[in-house]
Structure formats: structure tokens, C-alpha cells
Design a protein around this ligand. Structure first.
Ligand code: FAD
Length: 508
């Protein structure tokens, strides 16, 4: 790093998985990044167990996927079953339109170890372990950060602060951002095991509506497996985590002499979210902004979507001199989405409990669960309130039609049938059209788009275009944002010059 060591574009506090991935995305945009982490370099967490295809897509775009893929496991299927083995829902794990499996499981310490080393070698990232953020103060130019390393105090300056410090976020509390409790709280026992010999257990991601206690069994990578057991009312934590109890609980699957226990702990599954994910130039990401019970495996994936939403905007302000006000769109675009994800996760937990209860009491399953609860649990609810999206970086005239759509990687495929939209567009804005449209743009607008590294994409020989993009191209031209969300489409009432000007007005 060439600049003064104490001055950064971005300071990230917390180096859990979200802080790690956030640091790599910042680096990809050439942002000088400081990471402050209170733990030592030898400590790792083991909570999250899976990435979805959107997260894998982001990992590929920042060059992490190739290093991580040997540590990822593709389960044969995900399912929800009853105690007697009856399958309520089963989905094979297939590659999606993003070109990745819908879900891949992993053992978090293995993933963290690799990303850490990659971040350490990254010239844009300065990593400080054993440093706790204890205070910060901001004005409209910079944020001054105070950290504590033993008895030593350190001071740093950054333009932006990103809080990735997990559930008990100091930053959220200091900013006095109110957190809304979703009134859901269940304690679960989590157990990670490593098999001594070859893998004999099923390669599945399974939720079991067990009538004695809801349970999850998930096959991770490289002979590792996760078991999760809901605690029953009155069970004492100290007793539950004892080795003989743990062995007894998992004896249905495997005998004690066939594995080592790597982690045993009790976790409170709850739902809550901060009313706003930002204040001035300080942003909350991942668990520092919200908690959700992990039934739908979305906490980490949702944090990765936060990163995807925020960092390109910071890049525009820092590296392209765009208007700081565009950063306000981060919270507007994310809070409502996250609220829905939390609701779905809680609904899925309630669905599992209801099914277990129905089985125990011999009630027909259809009577045990309201159809709307099923829809919410499986993410089919249509009631998503997107009103705040109107304040996001989207064309106002197109908001209903495009509904916050993100183009999949396979909307453009090459001769080998590989999705390559991400490679073609990179981390920039892009205009897709049937013909070269540069001459339809005013000179001033064109020059500004070039300064913003806009890609003009109109030559498709050697590629196939997917059905969604083809449909839009039938109508006119389309502008997509660096996160591949659609900014807007042209129409008979809105030409490309007007659409591009509208975007410039929102970000300049
Ligand atoms: C049982 C379980 C299963 C899960 N499974 C999945 C799943 O399959 N898929 C999924 O998407 N999500 C899953 N999740 C959710 C996921 O684990 C979390 O959302 C994610 O790990 C949060 O990461 P984070 O980096 O935001 O927070 P954390 O991992 O909590 O990291 C925060 C970091 O900040 C540091 N820190 C805190 N305060 C300070 C400070 N003041 N100064 C410096 N450093 C500080 C901490 O030391 C820590 O390293 C699961 C969660 C649980 C409990």
C-alpha cells in the first residue's frame, strides 16, 4: 500500500465470513481497506454451513471460488421429512441459471482459513487481528476509529466504516439504531463431527420434523457432518452439551467410535433487524444488522447480498467522484428484502414445529399448517412490500415491470454453454442493445458513461442470449447496474438517452 498507513477508503470492523468477503470485494474495486478484528489469527467460527448459488456467483466474481471449491460439498438433495421418514418436500440440488449448485455445504473454519490467507496477501487490504474497535467519531469528511490491542490504543482514519461485527454490534449500539425484535427465540444444540474413516452417512441437507425434538442433519465437506437439535423446555444447557448426551443424540446415525466431535455448543435462534442499515457514512452488514433463525440457511447469504448492494456504490463515490447521496439507497434497497427473508426463515421454523406436532398428535398435515405459512416458509409469498425500492437506484418509470430483477449469469452463454454474463460485464454498468446505440446518446451523456466505465454490449456472435434478456431486447435497450440488477428498460416513451440521463441524475 502506497498511501499513509493510517488512512483508508474503507474500514471494516469484524473479520467473520462477512467481513472477509466484504474485504475482498472492496479490494476488487481497488478500495484501500483496513480490517479490524478483535480475535486472534488462530480463532475461527463454526456457524454457517452453506452458500447458495448467488453467493457462489459472487465468490467467483472476486476470484475466491476456485480456491474454495475443493472445500465445498454439493448435497444430493435438500429435504424435509417426518420422524417415520415420510418425505414432505424433497429438492435435488441442481445447477441454477447462475451456473452453480442451488446450495453447497462446507465446514466454516476451513473456508475462513483460505480466505484469510488470500486477504493477507492482498495489497489493498491491511489486516489487524487482536484489535477491538472501542470508539469512533465521524464528520462529513472522515471517520476516526480507536482500537485497543491489550493496553495499546491505535487510531485510524477512513472515509467509510462498514460494521461486520456480528450479533452484538458495538457500532449499531453506538449509532443508537433501534433493533426490531421479531419475537422468535429457540435454543438449539449444534454438533460438528469428523468421521474417522470413509464417509458412510447420507450426503443430504435434511430437516427432520421429529415429534420428540426437531432436528437437522447436514453433510458438510471432507468427512464432516453437522447435527442440530432443538432444546426442549426446561433442558439444562450444562447437561445437554455433555459428551454422553451428544453421542446418544447422534447414535441414530453413527456409533461413537466412528467419529470425533469437533464442536458442541448451544445457539439461540432468533429474529430481529435494525430499522436502518446505515447512518451517514457508517453501514451495517450481515449479523450486525439482523439475525434470523438459520432454517432457510440465509444469514450468511443475505449478508453477501448486502455486500453486493453496497460496495459498488462506495466505489462510485470514491473512485468516480459520484454523489455521496447515492449511498442512502443501500438501506432503502436492503431493509425490506431482509425483513421478508427473516419472516420466511421464522415461518419455516414454525412449519417444522407444526409438522412435528401434527405427526405426534396424529392430525392430518394439511390441517396443521395454514397455506400462507407454507408460502412464506418456501419464499412464495407475493406480499413483498417494495415501496422503499422506489428510493433505490432504479429508473422510476420501470419500477413495476422490472421488480428488482437481477440478470442471471446464464442470460448470456458461450459456445460451450457456459454462463458468461458476469465475465462480459465485469463490475461495471452496462447497456445491452441489439445495435450500437452510442450515436443515440448526447455527447455529454456518452462522455460521462465512458468515465463511469460503462460497457456497451450489442455484438453477440458466438453467444446465445437467454429468454429474459431476449424479451427485454425485443422491447428496446436495457441498463444494468454493477450488481447485475436492472436499472431500467427503454420504451416508446423513454429513449436510451433519457434513461441514461435519469441514471446519471441519480448518481452524480
Ligand atoms: C447454526 C447456524 C447455522 C447457520 N447456517 C447458515 C447457512 O447454512 N447459510 C447461511 O447463509 N447462514 C447460516 N447461518 C448464519 C451465519 O452463520 C451468519 O449469518 C454469519 O456467519 C454471520 O457472519 P458475520 O461475519 O456477519 O458475523 P460473525 O461471524 O459473528 O463475525 C463477527 C466478527 O466480528 C468480530 N468483532 C465483534 N466485535 C468487534 C469489535 N468491537 N472490534 C473488532 N472485531 C469485532 C468478532 O470477533 C467476529 O470475528 C447459520 C447460523 C447458525 C447459528
Amino acid at each position: 500500500m502506497t498511501s499513509n498507513i493510517n488512512q483508508y477508503d474503507v474500514a471494516i470492523v469484524g473479520f467473520g465470513l462477512i467481513g472477509q468477503i466484504c474485504a475482498k470485494v472492496c479490494s476488487k474495486y481497488n478500495l484501500k481497506t483496513l480490517v479490524i478484528e478483535s480475535r486472534s489469527d488462530a480463532e475461527f467460527s463454526s456457524n454457517a454451513i452453506s452458500f447458495d448459488d448467488e453467493s457462489l456467483r459472487l465468490l467467483e466474481s472476486i476470484g475466491l471460488y476456485d480456491s474454495l471449491k475443493v472445500l465445498l460439498n454439493k448435497p444430493d438433495f435438500t429435504d424435509i421429512v417426518l420422524t417415520n421418514g415420510r418425505v414432505i418436500q424433497r429438492n435435488p440440488v441442481l445447477n441454477t441459471d447462475n451456473g452453480f449448485p442451488s446450495i453447497c455445504t462446507f465446514f466454516q473454519p476451513e473456508i475462513e482459513r483460505v480466505i484469510r490467507e488470500i486477504c493477507k496477501a492482498d495489497e489493498n487490504i491491511d489486516l489487524l487481528f487482536d484489535n477491538e474497535l472501542i470508539n469512533f467519531n465521524s464528520n462529513d469528511k472522515k471517520i476516526v476509529l480507536d482500537t485497543k490491542n491489550g493496553n495499546k490504543l491505535n487510531h485510524f482514519e477512513a472515509l467509510y466504516l462498514i460494521a461486520c461485527e456480528g450479533t452484538n454490534s458495538f457500532v449499531r449500539k453506538k449509532l443508537e439504531i433501534e433493533s426490531v425484535d421479531q419475537r422468535y427465540s429457540k435454543n438449539w444444540l449444534l454438533i460438528d463431527i469428523l468421521l474417522k474413516e470413509n464417509d458412510k452417512l447420507e450426503n443430504v441437507f435434511r430437516q427432520i420434523c421429529d415429534d420428540t425434538r426437531p432436528t437437522s442433519y447436514i453433510s458438510l465437506s471432507n468427512r464432516r457432518h453437522r447435527f442440530e437439535f432443538q432444546l426442549l423446555a426446561g433442558e439444562q444447557h450444562q447437561k445437554v452439551i455433555q459428551k454422553n448426551n451428544v453421542q446418544n443424540l447422534i447414535s441414530k446415525w453413527i456409533e461413537p467410535d466412528q467419529y470425533e466431535i469437533e464442536n458442541v455448543y448451544i445457539q439461540n435462534f432468533r429474529g430481529s433487524f435494525a430499522k436502518s442499515f446505515q447512518k451517514d457514512y457508517v453501514f451495517l452488514i450481515g449479523d450486525s444488522a439482523y439475525q434470523m433463525p438459520p432454517y432457510a440457511s440465509q444469514g450468511l447469504n443475505t449478508g453477501i447480498r448486502d455486500i453486493l448492494n453496497l460496495i459498488w456504490k462506495i466505489n462510485l463515490v470514491v473512485n468516480s467522484n459520484c454523489n455521496k447521496n447515492l449511498l442512502l439507497s443501500y438501506s432503502f434497497e436492503r431493509v425490506e428484502q431482509v425483513k421478508q427473508t427473516i419472516k420466511s426463515s421464522i415461518a419455516l421454523g414454525q412449519l417444522i414445529d407444526s409438522l412435528a406436532m401434527a405427526f405426534q398428535k396424529n392430525i392430518p398435515l394439511e390441517e396443521a399448517i395454514a397455506p400462507e405459512a407454507r408460502d412464506q416458509a418456501f419464499g412464495r409469498s407475493k406480499s413483498i412490500e417494495d415501496k422503499n425500492l422506489k428510493k433505490g437506484i432504479f429508473s422510476l418509470s420501470q419500477i413495476e415491470l422490472i421488480k428488482n430483477r437481477r440478470l442471471s449469469n446464464r442470460e448470456i452463454t458461450n459456445n460451450e454453454d457456459m454462463g458468461c454474463l458476469d465475465k462480459i460485464v465485469g463490475n461495471c454498468f452496462a447497456i445491452f442493445s441489439r445495435k450500437d446505440i452510442k450515436n443515440k446518446l448526447d455527447e455529454g451523456v456518452y462522455e460521462k458513461l465512458i468515465k463511469l466505465n460503462f460497457k456497451f454490449i450489442y455484438e453477440y456472435s458466438g453467444y446465445s442470449i437467454g429468454s429474459e434478456l431476449s424479451e427485454y431486447l425485443e422491447i428496446g435497450e436495457i441498463i444494468i447496474r454493477p450488481d447485475k440488477k436492472i436499472f431500467g428498460l427503454t420504451s416508446t416513451k423513454l429513449n436510451i438517452n433519457q434513461l441514461a440521463s435519469e441514471l446519471l441524475m441519480q448518481i452524480e
